[in-house]
Design a protein around this ligand. Structure first.
Ligand code: NAI
Length: 720
């Protein structure tokens, strides 16, 4: 089944429609490359063809990249090298055609899709929010292997190409035009006319280059882009930054730098370096893990298998957000951005005004960063109506409650919401520590109450936990799913328990840091061990981010719900009291010398430090922080709070940034060996009974592993 559809040329013009009928997105498979090679030969042989116009028939999708399913199943390094080499060859043949080639980009033009477009003569993009242009291969542990590391710097200059290649930065149509990735950006309906103009100009002048004025880049950028040793210097700087950001855990950006450096010598060397990098990376365990995370997040776009109710994203048109605080304003902004008419309610006009300011600031920031056009920014603000009453809620498809974390207030607000809305309106709570079923108590039709647990800040965090109670109806879950999907987030369905899934698993991790503080020589050892393991920050810094009092509140809830294994470390209360006395409960300060504990916190720690001959090593710190997470996850799986181990990995990676290169806590646990974790926890429990392995973990260890071994190439990720 071909991806390229065309008839005979008319008047020297060949229209090619790109559409893979067998997949939801257009993606380059081997077959698609073969067919493109045939098309290129056809155009080369038919001298009557003066120009070829490529456009996609898939809404929201030009070409999303290489077929990752196929990549995953490649039999080895040589096969991967060959895929890279073959794609380069086909694109080089496309580039060498005498006929002019024009791409009309509407929707995702990513990875191999952009490498294809870069091999064409002219690229036009539209200005819709669905149009995203970039090279996200590093996110999958790969690099652009079809000439992207050579053609992108050649097209837009090294300075702008570096962030696109090394961090997978994606551009909207207008930004792509400013950077010179595309020649022009026009409204979707204008794309065919703009193409027609290019064709006419080519006919008249032999080239359409005169139609486009390239924006002059700043002088320094032009220098760096054109002077050999400055290019080498820029790559060197990028390498340093990359190593700092990835802490040496991710090989793909390093390989991309190698390819870029080779490309400075000659294009051929650049292409050869791409081949080598793809061959090596295809076998790398980190690539295996990152690809798995990609597949998990793709799978999470569909509701769980047991789920039968229809998820209709388009049916979510009207919403209300109750509570215009940090979370409410952020959630309202997300909804409005997706064209959902949203009422934002708080109890007093000044509170609503505060929420609107937060919302306007978020929109303003994106406007400044050119992530939104002025028209779009105005449209977002037009979609939000601030209010202090419940008028209009009868039309709401969904209401998201984000008010104070107090069960009595929430219950009474939910009863009011039930009365003010219609029977079908789904009532969602963003509570982080209360039980959804308790909030739903006494609410007429409790089956429409569901949890939609966004993470802070909601505009940045990709995960939303969809919390179902025993009563939540499939229709309510379907609407919750539709909201999450509409907002472009990843949803994981979890059970209704204290902390739900992510905060419950994070609790022992954060709490253990409080015990460790009295045992280690240097408190920053805890942070270093966690960060070195692959967490985005250490537990002490995370406590600061959450706020000492919020963390204490959560810890108290967890203790009440789960008993002694979540007993808060006594040091926390002392640290908080000392911080309160000083008016600042922060634990960690940053200085030129690096991070350290605040003087106040250090004094408390020193006073409580256990006299001990042997201090925990880094590996032991990791075991103490991470194994309890694994233990708790086993219990969550046993209780059905998480449906499957894959959900735990996805939720922890997207909700907390848990070491993606390790594949999440379940993959990590399997790589260490569950029996080893049980043995270690048994040893630790002799001194620290809270760390005893659960029956659920023992049972999982008896079964062997949480997950099936991966069938992807290469060995699985190693232990810490
Ligand atoms: P916040 O204190 O910033 O905002 C709460 C807002 O709700 C305030 O503006 C308040 O005036 C308003 N409010 C109180 N009673 C109301 C009522 N009856 N009707 C309408 N508005 C009312 O709180 P934040 O941080 O935005 O949290 C809101 C909810 O989101 C809480 O349930 C919290 O547990 C949850 N949450 C918070 C996260 C965080 O990190 N801040 C993360 C995830 C969930």
């Amino acid at each position: 089944m071909t991806m390229w559809h065309y008839d005979d040329p008319t008047d020297g013009l060949l229209h090619v429609t790109i559409e893979r009928a067998d997949k939801p997105v257009n993606a380059f498979s081997k077959q698609a490359l073969d067919d493109l090679a045939k098309l290129v030969t056809h155009v080369r042989n038919d001298k009557s063809i003066e120009a070829v116009v490529f456009r996609s028939e898939k809404p929201g999708n030009f070409i999303a990249g290489a077929d990752v399913e196929e990549m995953k199943d490649l039999p080895g390094a040589d096969a991967a090298r060959e895929v890279s080499r073959y794609g380069q060859q086909v694109f080089a043949d496309l580039e060498a055609l005498d006929a002019k080639t024009i791409c009309l980009i509407s929707g995702a033009c990513l990875g191999g899709g952009l490498e294809f477009a870069l091999a064409c003569d002219y690229r036009l993009a539209d200005d819709t929010s669905k149009t995203k242009i970039g090279l996200p291969e590093v996110m999958l542990g790969l690099i652009p292997g079809w000439g992207g590391t050579v053609r992108l710097p050649k097209t837009i200059g090294l300075v702008d190409a570096l962030p696109m290649i090394l961090s997978g930065q994606q551009l909207t149509g207008p930004r792509a035009k400013r950077k010179g990735v595309v020649h022009d950006c026009v409204p979707t309906e204008a794309l065919p006319f703009a193409a027609e103009r290019i064709v006419q100009t080519i006919r008249a002048k032999g080239s359409a280059d005169s139609l486009f004025r390239t924006r002059k880049k700043p002088l320094a950028t032009r220098w760096i882009n054109s002077v050999g040793f400055l290019k080498s210097y820029a790559i060197g700087q990028a390498e340093k930054q990359t190593l700092k950001a990835t802490k040496g855990k991710y090989p793909a950006p390093v390989e991309a730098i190698r390819a870029l450096r080779a490309g400075l010598q000659s294009e051929q060397e650049g292409y050869a370096a791409e081949n080598t990098a793809i061959a090596e990376l295809s076998q790398h365990p980190v690539t295996t893990e990152l690809m798995r995370v990609f597949f998990l997040s793709e799978a999470a776009k569909k509701p769980p298998e047991w789920f039968t109710a229809e998820v209709d994203v388009d049916a979510v048109e009207n919403a209300a957000v109750i509570g215009a605080g940090a979370m409410g304003a952020g959630i309202a902004q997300l909804l409005a951005r997706k064209g959902v008419w949203t009422r934002l309610k708080d109890i007093k006009p000044e509170f609503v005004a505060n929420g609107m300011k937060v919302l306007r600031d978020l929109v303003g920031k994106d406007l400044k960063r050119k992530k939104l056009t002025k028209t779009k920014a105005t449209a977002v603000l037009d979609h939000v109506s601030p209010t202090t009453d419940y008028n209009g809620l009868k039309h709401a498809d969904v209401i998201v409650e984000a008010i104070v974390e107090n069960i009595d207030v929430k219950r009474s607000v939910f009863c009011e919401l039930a009365a003010a809305s219609n029977d079908k309106t789904v009532l969602a709570t963003n509570t982080s520590s209360l039980l959804v079923k308790e909030i739903a108590e006494g609410v007429p039709h409790p089956e429409r109450v569901v949890g939609l647990h966004f993470f802070n800040p909601p505009h940045k965090m990709p995960l939303v936990e969809i919390v179902k109670t025993d009563e939540t109806s499939p229709e309510a879950i379907a609407t919750a799913f539709a909201v999450v999907k509409k907002l472009g987030k990843t949803g994981v369905v979890v059970g209704d328990c204290a902390g739900f899934l992510v905060n419950r698993l994070l609790s022992p991790y954060m709490n253990e840091a409080g015990f460790l503080l009295t045992e280690v020589e240097d408190p920053m050892e805890i942070e270093k061990a966690a960060v070195d393991f692959g967490m985005p920050m250490g537990p002490l810094e995370l406590t600061d981010l959450v706020g000492a009092h919020v963390a204490a509140h959560v810890a108290g809830n967890m203790h009440a719900a789960y008993g002694s294994r979540m007993e808060p470390a006594p040091l926390w209360a002392e640290l908080r009291a000392a911080g309160d006395a000083k008016g600042d409960t922060k634990l960690v300060v940053k200085s030129k010398k690096g991070k350290s504990l605040t003087g106040t916190a250090m004094r408390v720690v020193e006073k409580n430090r256990k006299p001990k001959v042997s201090r925990p090593t880094r590996d032991e710190i990791v075991e103490r922080l991470i194994y309890p997470v694994v233990n708790e996850a086993a219990i969550c799986l046993d209780e059905g709070v998480a449906e499957k181990a894959e959900d735990v990995d996805l939720a922890m990676i997207f909700g907390t940034g848990f070491a993606p290169f390790r594949g999440g806590p379940m993959r990590y646990a399997d790589s260490v060996g569950l029996a080893n974790i049980v043995t270690k926890l048994e040893q630790l429990a002799q001194e620290h009974p809270r760390l005893a392995p659960s029956d659920a973990l023992r049972a999982a260890a008896d079964r062997g592993s949480f997950l099936e071994p991966l069938t992807t190439n290469g060995p699985t990720a190693g232990a810490a």
